[in-house]
Design a protein around this ligand. Structure first.
Ligand SMILES: C[S@@+](CC[C@H](N)C(=O)[O-])C[C@H]1O[C@@H](n2cnc3c(N)ncnc32)[C@H](O)[C@@H]1O
Length: 285
């Protein structure tokens, strides 16, 4: 296993997501409606997460289901089966791990890896609340995964790989930890044009924009790491829905209509756009 010394990008990303976890407040907060969201009274919060089908989230408490910094639904993409061992890269509050855990069942196992202490604390507190015995969270870097060689059936990840300063190393680590014949199901941000160096500012890197690879570069790096059957699919419908509902606002000097028009012809658009993608690939058997 490789070791990883945190770079300035890791530190900026850690600070950013540490704040995200802190600002969301404790995951088991008391409210006037119920003495505790962990108690039998439950909470009055509704599930509002539109990244996943409602039926997938229905079994989870709203506070767990709504806590996402993801860009899609890698769990539906992964088509998990009972007994599989799943690794979630950049597990955040643990939502994808808990969804995966339900699908792989007690004969399966889920490992979430994240470098940010506040996110791990949140995920572990959620795990205790859900009594999810087939899930564990490990602190570590994507570039030096604390996971054995050839031990994982499926790797999932939700809006994380773009944040790494060394994506080729992340792909090599994914390949190393997967069993022969294992697969990946990833949601990540992908750009239609290479992003200029000056786009690598801290804020836009941390909010999953300026670290994005192009479709071509993603494909190339996965191939170089040894992956086969690589597919990248833009999730334009998801962005359109977010623009139409006003949750995503058009960039400065752009109208909503212009943004929707550009999204329709995303790949041909001169303007650089970063769009969530669903990415699948396999390690040869
Ligand atoms: C955008 S959030 C996504 C969290 C989660 N996947 C979700 O869908 O809510 C990115 C997460 O990845 C973690 N992360 C980013 N880069 C990482 C790296 N190089 N190694 C380990 N964790 C990383 C961050 O700490 C953060 O929790």
């Amino acid at each position: 296993m490789a070791t990883q010394n945190p770079t300035p990008i890791h530190q900026a990303v850690q600070d950013y997501y540490g704040n995200v976890a802190r600002e969301a407040g404790p995951c088991c907060e008391s409210s006037s409606e119920s003495s505790s969201c962990c108690g039998s009274g439950g909470s009055t919060e509704k599930i509002q997460n539109e990244l996943y089908p409602a039926e997938l989230l229905a079994a989870l408490p709203a506070e767990v289901a709504n806590f996402t910094a993801g860009s899609g639904d890698p769990i539906s993409l992964a088509k998990l089966t009972p007994g599989e061992t799943v690794l979630d890269l950049g597990s955040g509050g643990g939502l994808d791990c808990f969804l995966a855990a339900k699908q792989v069942g007690i004969s399966g196992h889920v490992i979430g890896v994240d470098m940010t202490a506040e996110m791990l604390a949140r995920a572990r507190s959620n795990q205790a609340r859900l009594n999810a015995g087939n899930v564990e969270f490990r602190q570590g870097f994507l570039e030096a995964l604390p996971v054995d060689d050839n031990s994982i059936d499926v790797i999932v990840s939700n809006c994380v790989i773009n944040l790494s300063p060394d994506k080729p190393q992340v792909f090599r680590e994914m390949f190393r930890t997967l069993k022969p014949g294992g697969r990946i199901a990833v949601s990540d941000m992908v750009a239609n044009h290479p992003l200029p160096e000056e786009a690598g500012k801290e804020e836009s890197w941390c909010n999953c924009t300026s670290g994005a690879l192009t479709d071509e570069a993603y494909n190339h790096e996965l191939t170089k790491a040894g992956f086969v059957d690589i597919h990248l699919e833009p999730n334009i419908a998801l962005v359109m829905k977010a623009v139409e509902s006003g949750r995503v606002r058009p960039a400065q000097n752009f109208t909503k209509e212009k943004m929707l028009e550009d999204l329709h012809q995303w790949e041909k658009c001169d303007r650089t756009m970063v769009v969530p993608h669903q990415i699948t690939a396999s390690k040869p058997a």
